[in-house]
Ligand binder design. Structure first.
Ligand code: CDP
Ligand code: CDP
Length: 203
């Protein structure tokens, strides 16, 4: 069975949390596409050229330490604005999306570019303040000293770059269900996303 759930939205809106839960609930594969850009960024920070870095990615790159840091996130959003990098990562994501047994992908351009035919499309949002508070509460050791205001500035800079770039900008696909998680518990958000999947599952 081919069945794709595309989850997009700004930083720290809850995309990954929902994606992991849906994958577990329905037995689908899960790909956090942000990790591809973060792992590419990590290689670029070590001096590698961006396209070579993207082409050289191995699964071990996706398990490296500190991919979640704010610094790697900023470099990731710069690297992600380069068309050659996005092109290099396209086939892997498209193939994952159409794998047998179902797939959930979360990122910025899943419903618009990677899988425009996805059976379910969600655009997950939350207010800036809520997103900054959530990300602040889960900061990696490296970023532990950051204030909520600094986290907010970091997320906003990334969102602006991600929404403003020419190639595959972050945007809600016309068919996407908008899920504002600002006032939702994690369980409520997962429940609503799960209902959207169940409504589209083949019987
Ligand atoms: O993947 P994305 O950057 O969109 O966000 P995430 O890493 O899934 O979520 C950011 C943080 O918000 C995590 O610590 C979640 O536990 C928390 N959270 C949430 O995702 N949804 C809620 N309704 C409440 C909190
Ligand atoms: O977890 P968070 O939402 O903070 O970020 P992420 O999903 O790990 O993505 C890191 C960066 O990768 C984003 O700020 C985007 O610039 C880029 N990205 C992208 O351009 N396209 C995707 N499908 C996923 C991530």
């Amino acid at each position: 069975m081919k069945f794709t759930v595309a989850i997009d939205g700004p930083a720290a809106a809850g995309k990954g949390t929902i994606a992991r839960a849906l994958a577990a609930q329905f037995g689908f594969g899960h790909l956090d596409t942000g990790l591809l850009y973060r792992a590419t960024a990590r290689r670029v920070m070590e001096g590698e050229e961006a396209l070579s870095a993207a082409l050289a990615l191995q699964s071990a790159d996706l398990r490296r330490d500190d991919l979640r840091s704010a610094e790697v996130g900023q470099v990731a959003s710069r690297v992600a604005a380069m068309p050659k990098v996005r092109t290099a990562l396209l086939d892997f994501q498209k193939n994952f999306a159409r794998r047998d047994g179902g797939a959930v992908l979360d990122g910025r351009d899943i419903g618009t570019v990677i899988c425009p035919d996805a059976e379910v499309k969600l655009f997950v949002t939350a207010t800036d303040g809520v997103r900054a508070a959530r990300r602040h509460a889960e900061l990696s050791r490296k970023d532990a000293a950051l204030t909520v205001a600094e986290v907010l500035a970091d997320l906003r800079a990334r969102d602006r770059r991600d929404a403003g770039r020419d190639t595959a900008p972050m945007s809600a696909s016309a068919e996407a269900l908008l899920l504002d998680t600002s006032e939702l518990t994690i369980d409520e958000a997962i429940e609503m996303a799960g209902a959207a999947v169940i409504a589209k599952l083949p019987i």
